[in-house]
Write a protein that binds this ligand. Structure first.
Ligand SMILES: [Zn+2]
Length: 184
């Protein structure tokens, strides 16, 4: 059986003495299979998205060297390998790197309470560019906390006063009632 590469515009085929390897689609790994199809971005004759068959192969020129397992005699793809090299494709068809993207950088200053105050590992300079410096935010937080505690205390003492006043009112009411009620 002749092995052809299924990538559009790729003329590679398995021949004697060729160092190319040909790889089947990861049929069992649906997510990765979709990634392969997306990257290969081939269209069916009727314009529908192309679906690979069990016999379709992708030749090794579409994979990075890092996509292959080391130390195997036959070129063997790693479990997360996805074809990304398509020299014959126009730029708009080139796959957009959606995998192995570096993690998003820390937002420079989300809010004073989460970014600077709670992560001491954050280098100072990242905060210094902004209105608050590391110290002033901490100071601000400390003062706010103190004020809050003060307010809570005041509130508690006011509550206590209200409770005592309520008791007094109750006693006065009782007195009035007993005066008004004719004793027999
Ligand atoms: Zn190919």
């Amino acid at each position: 059986m002749v092995l052809n590469c299924c990538v559009f515009g790729c003329k590679n085929r398995k021949s004697r003495g060729s160092t190319l390897s040909f790889h089947t689609f990861p049929m069992k790994d649906l997510a990765r299979k979709q990634q392969w199809i997306k990257n290969i971005s081939r269209e069916d004759v009727n314009g529908k998205p192309w679906q690979p068959s069990l016999y379709d192969r992708v030749c090794s020129t579409h994979f990075k060297p890092a996509d292959f397992k080391d130390g195997t005699l036959v070129k063997c793809l790693k479990d997360d390998a996805v074809p990304t090299i398509f020299p014959n494709y126009p730029s708009y068809k080139q796959p957009t790197p959606s995998r192995k993207r570096p993690p998003p950088k820390e937002r420079p200053f989300p809010s004073p309470s989460t970014s600077c105050a709670s992560s001491p590992r954050l280098p100072k300079y990242s905060c210094m560019d902004h209105t608050y410096s590391y110290q002033s935010v901490e100071e601000h937080l400390r003062i706010t906390k103190e004020k809050l505690a003060e307010t809570v205390q005041k509130l508690q003492s006011e509550r206590e006063k209200t409770r005592i006043l309520g008791q007094k009112v109750h006693r006065q009411k009782c007195k009035i009632t007993s005066i008004l009620t004719p004793h027999q």
